[in-house]
Every structure is written in C-alpha cells, then in structure tokens.
Design a protein around this ligand. Structure first.
Ligand SMILES: *Cc1c(COP(=O)(O)O)cnc(C)c1O
Length: 409
C-alpha cells in the first residue's frame, strides 16, 4: 500500500477491514445511489475541512467556494451554508449558486469568452462579473444601459508573475484570463460611472499547489499588485479576490499542505495594508481544497482476466466518469490516485493488478500496476480524493455508457 493511501486511510473510518463512508458500507451506498458506478460525497468531511480552514486563517479573510470543482446542487447548497460566497464560471453554475440561496452580492462570475446571454443574466441577477477583457467591458456597458441598471464588476487581472510549482498556471505571461496588469489603471480610468458598480480586483494565479512557500510568494505579489492598482485609481477598491490554489495530495510522495505559514503570512499582509486596500474585503476562493477529499468514486469489478501473466480487474467505471483519475486531465505523467478495495482494505495475499474500465481505448485506466489484496468478481474499487473535478470534468458521453450517479450523504 502506498504511503499516501496509508496516510489517507488513517483518517478514514474503517471497521473490520472495510471502508465506511458517511457511516455506511459500500454495498449500502451503491444501493442508495441506485447502482454502480457512483460518486459519494461525505458532507461531514467538507464541513470539517471548512471549519479547520476557518480556524487556521485570519478571521477577516472571506472564504468562497469555486463551484466548478464540484457543481452538484446539493453539495453547493451545503457549501453555501458554510462559506461567505460562491464563485461561478458559467451561467448554469450561476443559477445553481442562486438556487442555494446565496446573496447575489456574494456570488462572482469569472471565465473567459462569456457570451452575451451570460453577461445579461449576470447583470440581471446582480452578481459580480469578473471582467476578463476590454471588449467584455464594452458589452457590459451596453447591457447595463439596456437593462437600466449598473453592472456590478470586478476586474480580473492577469498578473505579471506566475504561481511557481502550481499544477495549472492561470496567470503571468500572455493568457486568456483577465486584463494584463499593466493595462488595468488605464481601463479603470475610462470606466463609466453610470454603467458600472465597481467592486474591485480578482487575481488568480494558479491551482493545485502543495508548496506553502510558493503560495506565500504568490500572496505577497498579489497584495503588492492589488495595492499598486488601488493606488493608481480614484475608484474605491472594495474587494480583492486573491484566488486560491491550495492543493490536496493525490500521488505518492505528496503531502498535505501545512496551513500555518500561509495563514501567518496572510495575517501580516492583512495587517499592513496601505490606504488603497485598507477598507477592502479580502477573499480567497477555493474549489478542490474544500471538496476533493470528501469524494469517493466507486466502481465494481465485473470481469477478471489474465493477459500474458498480467492480471486485469475490469470494472464498470472509468475515464468517462473520472477523467482526472485516468491521467488525462492536465497531468504530464500518469500516476495512480489512492485506490482501495472497499471491503478488503488489507489482505494476506496481495497481487499487482491493472484496473481498467469499459471504454474501448487504452487510456481507460482506473489504476495501473497497483498492489492490492486479491480481488474477486463483484468487489468494489474505491478511488479516494475524488470530490473535485470528477463527474462534471469528465467526458460522460464518450462511448455512450450511462452517466455516473452522484450522492451526497
Ligand atoms: C478553477 C478556479 C478556481 C478553483 O481552483 P481549485 O484549484 O479547485 O481551488 C478558483 N478560481 C478560479 C477563477 C478558477 O478558475
């Protein structure tokens, strides 16, 4: 068993060598979900994660949930009760966010290439649009005039730095995200006061980072950049969304992020803000960190075969439901997510198996070369750390198998 699986299991409730998620055995969960494959999200785990984060972070820091990590409506409703706001990246996500009862004032809508219908919906709803281009701003002025109301906006800034060691870089250099930092002062100077209700700035530089020091560096640079922009404009900067980027461990050798250094640095940054940001609400937006660990992908072994000495466990679930686990969602080198047999956590006899799915492509890997107790037909395979970028980030239509079930308990 890999050290990561081992560490993760230390924090999982097990009984009699069996996994218990939300207090239930896997067969029971599958029955409730209406069959396998399914995702199970454990509500209590998300609650504990949010509470621990709040405990660690400075009290005045606002915490938002970026719902693209997992937009399941029941989960979003739950997160809305725990957090200060929701960040969305499409009109449908915005509608889910509104449905949670979150005040539109605390919903922000980011994302490149927003379509006119999305811009109109957002202005009408009164959510904050994080503007990604100068043309988007012109379109918003027209929409605001047509609706006879002001568009609530923040400027998404493409920073002049990168988040080092980040899984996915989303700022620095030329990018489709945001308006280049060096152009923002000019853009703000031309902002028509009668069309816009200016909220502030959004500076998001990357995601899935497990290096505290590089997050600290990014926060330092983000505050510095925000302060510089705030000092260059006569408009009041009421909010600064500093992005997120906190990662969770997936692969052998990765360790959970230590929050204390990050939190202490943020407390300092909050404390020594200059006049340009003194009144601003500082927001951190997180997706994966809040829900990743709370999710489990369950599939069932439906065929077993030997091929030239290699044992294959063939399951009803795979890449079409869990693209990231298959290694095809931004990874450079494929590695296994932590994976277990639900009802045989440890075993006397172990075997090294390839676990694959039902798709007619060699990319459809659930786990490659993994050491597990000897499996039988009907056993459930559980992929841990699967609460973020799972069902909604997978090509469910590919090969026309049934969509995956999702359950929040
Ligand atoms: C995707 C995204 C997030 C969430 O990133 P995580 O790595 O899941 O925390 C936050 N903000 C923006 C603007 C995003 O695009």
């Amino acid at each position: 068993m890999s050290k990561l699986v081992h560490e993760r299991l230390q924090r999982l409730p097990l009984r009699d060598n069996r996994l218990l998620i939300a207090g239930r055995h896997t067969a029971e969960l599958v029955a409730i979900a209406g069959g396998s494959p399914c995702y199970i999200y454990d509500r209590d785990t998300t609650t504990e994660t949010v509470l621990a984060l709040r405990q660690a972070m400075p009290e005045s820091l606002k915490l938002h949930y970026a719902i693209k990590a997992n937009p399941m409506p029941a989960l979003v409703d739950h997160m809305a009760c725990l957090l200060d706001g929701l960040d969305v990246a499409s009109m449908a996500e915005m509608q889910v966010a509104l449905g949670s009862g979150m005040d539109p004032e605390h919903i922000s809508f980011a994302g490149p290439a927003k379509q006119p219908v999305e811009l109109s919906a957002a202005v009408a709803a009164g959510v904050t649009l994080n503007v990604e281009s100068e043309l988007e701003l012109e379109r918003l002025a027209e929409i605001a005039a047509r609706q006879g109301k002001k568009a609530r906006i923040a400027i998404r800034v493409n920073p002049d730095f990168e988040l080092k060691t980040s899984g996915m870089k989303m700022g620095g250099g030329p990018k489709q995200f945001g308006i280049d930092a060096e152009r923002v002062a000019d853009v703000l100077s031309r902002l028509a006061a009668d069309c816009f209700d200016f909220q502030g700035l959004h500076i998001f530089s990357g995601s899935q980072n497990l290096q505290a020091q590089s997050l600290i560096d990014a926060h330092n640079k983000t505050f510095e950049l925000a302060e510089r922009i705030a000092n260059s404009t006569s408009l009041e900067v009421r909010k600064v969304n500093i992005g997120g980027g906190l990662g969770i461990p997936y692969f052998p050798g990765e360790k959970a992020l230590a929050l204390d250094g990050i939190a202490a640095n943020l407390a300092q940054l909050l404390g020594r803000r200059g006049p340009g940001l003194a009144q601003a609400e500082i927001v951190m937006e997180l997706g994966r960190y809040l829900v990743g660990e709370a999710g489990y992908y369950i599939c069932q072994v439906t065929d077993i075969k030997m091929s030239r000495g290699q044992r294959y466990l063939m399951t009803d679930g795979g890449l079409h439901h869990h693209l990231a686990n298959s290694g095809n969602f931004g990874q450079v080198l494929r590695k296994n997510y932590p994976v277990v047999l639900a009802d045989k956590i440890t075993g006397e006899a172990m075997e090294c198996v390839e676990i694959v799915g039902p798709l007619c492509t060699p990319l459809d890997i659930v786990a490659a070369g993994v050491e597990l107790p000897v499996a039988e037909l009907g056993d459930y395979v559980v992929v841990l750390q699967s609460g973020a970028y799972g069902a909604s980030a997978s090509p469910q239509g590919f090969l026309s198998h049934p969509p995956v079930r999702e359950l929040l308990l």
